[in-house]
Design a protein around this ligand. Sequence first.
Ligand code: DOR
Ligand code: ZN
Ligand code: ZN
Length: 432
Amino acid sequence: MRILIKGARVLDPGSVDEKKDVLIDGEQIAAILDPSDASPSGAVPEDTGDVQVIDAAGLVLVPGLMDIHVHLREPGHEYKETIATGLAAAARGGFTAVCAMPNTVPVNDNSQVTTFILEKARQANKAKVYPAGAISKGSAGTNLAEIRDMQQAGIKAVTDDGLPVANAQLMRRALEYCNGLAMPVFVHAEDIALVNGGAMNEGPAATFWGIKGIPSAAEAVMVARDILLSQLTGAHVHFCHISCKESIDLIRWAKQQGIRVTCETAPHYFTLIDEDVKDYDTHFKMNPPLRSEEDRQAVIQGLVDGTIDAIASDHAPHSKEEKDLEFDQAAFGIVGLETSLSLSLKLVHDGFLTLEDLVRKMAKNPARILGMNNDIISGSRADLTLIDLEKKHTIDPGRFVSKSQNTPFGGMAVQGRAVTTMVDGKIVFQHP
Ligand code: DOR
Ligand code: ZN
Ligand code: ZN
């Protein structure tokens, strides 16, 4: 079966940004043609039965978006999300691949769990999964997990995400070991003692609501530590969900020194601030928390100047029961797969990023961080996302295909979304 995507603006940063027709044959991109080549009288007839033509006029075709920070919850917490529902949500959000965090039950700290996740993903037949394995057994922070075994089974990164690695010596050993395996270590930067049971950002808003605060320093002191451990070991450290100015300043400095660090932020950190937390609405509760307006500006600046490499959602589904509690008792986390692209496109509409920049942060850099490529060239796998930049719509959690609806963005007006998501040449999502 061949598919011809006709008339799109084809945008692969650093390689192409032109109106082209893209021919897919089986699982691969077969050819990138000038529009005239693929006209009815040209090389690829539209009406030869086995060519399905997608009219993509007015749309942008980009390398498949990758969300390198999602919680799929299976095994163990299938009531929040399953691998199948999470990957359907990814496809609906325009993502052709996700990196799944290991804080499942049991934790993905051995190759059997890794193999289980990959098998479930294969059956789901939607977006692809690149699993992350745990750094430490049970993510308990004491002994290293079976990292090499898991790498052979298919993990692309390690992390104890959800929890920090409190012991700097264990982190050093993990970095040395993973450096030898050419695998990045994803850091959930959080000093638990400084968090001290807080539930939102420390500052006037927390004081106003009487909610215990989490200072930015709880994140930044661990960012500083792991920058120095990256320098010590030469290993690739990737900082997850960076939320505050101090962390961004430290990472900017580290990059200037040539230290091998990368980082991601999430759409909520450049869209919302702690002042938006109102009436104890736990849909605004996540870890790290929404920060100050100054921090939000610093996140945007970090994206603009390249300090922040990637946008990842930290998709963290939770049930109604776990969110419908007192603010300090409710679970940390919000879903993000089905809102990430629309929220991020606002940076383009507002003139902070070019579309090319955004594609780097949502497709190219995420792949590179995990040691892979993601290119629109003939012969490569047909993992592609078609985007409508203009379509105005309202975020409606009732339409999510994720099992959970814990989002602060319900009812928000946004512009632009994915209309078609293709994985290995197969359409896994098509906007109705
Ligand atoms: O908000 C969060 N949710 N932060 C984390 O670190 C963990 C995540 C989760 O697993 O729910
Ligand atoms: Zn985390
Ligand atoms: Zn996370």
